[in-house]
Ligand binder design. Sequence first.
Ligand code: GLN
Length: 453
Amino acid sequence: MITLKEALKLQKEEIREFREDMAKKIDEKKALGAYVSQLTGEALDVKGEGIPIAVKDNIQVEGWSVTCSSKILQGYIAPYDATVITNMLKAGLSPFGRTNMDEFAMGSTTATSYYGKTLNPADTERVPGGSSGGSAAAVAGGIAIAALGSDTGGSIRQPAAFCGCVGLKPTYGKVSRYGLTAFSSSLDQIGPITQNVEDAAILFDIIAGHEPKDSTSAAISHKPTAPNLNPNKKFKIAVIENFLNEASADIQKGMKNAIEALKSNGHEIIYKNMLNSKYDVATYYIVATAEASANLSRFDGVRYGRRVEGDNLKDMYIKTRSEGFGDEVKRRILLGTFVLSSGYYDAYYIRAQKVRHLIKDNYEEILKEADLILLPVTPTAAFKFGAISNPLEMYLSDIYTIGVNLCGVPAISIPVGKTDGGLPVGVQLIAKHYDEQTLLDGAFSLETILKGR
Ligand code: GLN
């Protein structure tokens, strides 16, 4: 598969040929049956004449269905383009497909999709990660040269790590959420999943920028990162020592490789500690579920998607929501409604907001001393379908990714090798708010060092 950088140099006629080849390839892959269900809805549509970029099924493309992999939104057609789509079209990129995801982006496996599961191209018995598992599998499986995902608590970085791609979660506010179906509005962020760091920078530059229609979009002009990408800058990189014991031997090995590679190329590694990671998980699952319970109240059978008729209005609401949402989404709506209910609001929601501040302070303090933080992305490599059935255990597997969203800083997941069994292993770098340039330079440096080995 050619890279996005190469694709952007193609002439009109070459783009047409490229698209024809791509369509053939997709047919072959579909015939293989291997990753069939990473695309949902109008699976293989392409809008415009540009280079096709796969798009997660929670980003609105005018005239296309947007299901968020939920039954409740089956048949719902997006009435407008998300800002990221408008920006892509302007840059000669065409939205393509609807990539599969965990229902409403809640999950870590893409197996909670109403439309079937997506398989990990590295090992089809294993999950591709989630919630942007379809986007990562499409890139890793050679179906798309790059894809858009969304990251509320790791949903770009974790599937990128499980499938062996690069995944960038930009600073909160850097890429507009206008046209992204909201899960947790203070945490959600759209970003690229690509074959390499340079492509991540290119796609990020295309989708980033201020959007007046989105009050959470940062009112600062975007300075392009890709043309300034430099793999030779040297950084001070903090490793969070007390976080490492939660990771499996495979991941520890990946971290060690990354640390040695960085050190031997002149980067300085320092060791730091942070607030116990169990606070990240508890805080995230209070804030995210509280916001989700409010955001998902709009799916009521009146305004969007499917309706199940009832004897009266209340009965219709109950039937529509009971039949339309899957178990994980219901669990989160219940949890979120509980933590926001009077009597529990102070004990849970307000307390979680306070701890969120402490977590943010922790990251910011370390990032005052260091240019970057290096962490694992996941505690293990991709696991088998069904291996984690307890929801709490699943939530605990988010320990390395959710602090970044609570804090709002940018982070990138980069492949650093394979387990003995051949599964991809990733690590993530984290930078200061709005410092995607340092983040991408550091990632580019690590990628370049590892490629040269
Ligand atoms: N796995 C996390 C969750 O289930 C992250 C989801 C996301 O980033 N959208 O909430």
